[in-house]
Unconditional design. Sequence first.
Length: 209
Amino acid sequence: IEVINIYDKSQDPYSTGTSGRQLDEFDSNLFNVMGTWPVTQKIALRADYSNYYLDYDEGRNSYRNRTDNAGSGYIFYKILPKTMVFIQYEYIDINFDEDTLSDSQEHHYFGGLRWYHSAKTFGRLKVGYAKKDFDESGIDSYDDIVGEIRLDYEYSEKTSFYLTATRQISESDTQNNYYMLSHSVMAAYNQRLLPRLEGKLFFTYKRDN
């Protein structure tokens, strides 16, 4: 069993959204609980629940404030000593504080692969289908292919690398759109310089349609 809570006081990237050159600051909180049960030596089950809360400081962004509740279930099957395949279903209920943007529900269906090539290498790949249904009448449902890949490599006790890439449906940051299709890539290099000092160099690319 694993429980995580992340509180974040942050801001949107400069000159994004609809506020032009104004600073868009927000508070968010993510609570997640996860439980895994090994049924046999080859089969394992996992269940997740998360609650996400987003609240912007300025009234001009109040239409973006929302609360998400999500639940997901996994079935893992070990096909090799260090390799597992899995299927996943995820349900997300998205509720905005105001009715400027429509509340919605998302259904995600994934198939994937998780492997540990060695003690230093980890990888995960999942590809699936997502459908978004809106509460407001007159807005058509949206569906698309989504997925994620992550590769981690620990070169030494002091040096590590990782790469992630995702394609997902995201919530809109403007009042004239109901959703975005987001693509992102991140590559990072971590180096421990001293026992209590670590440096990170990373590159990110994101595109929202």
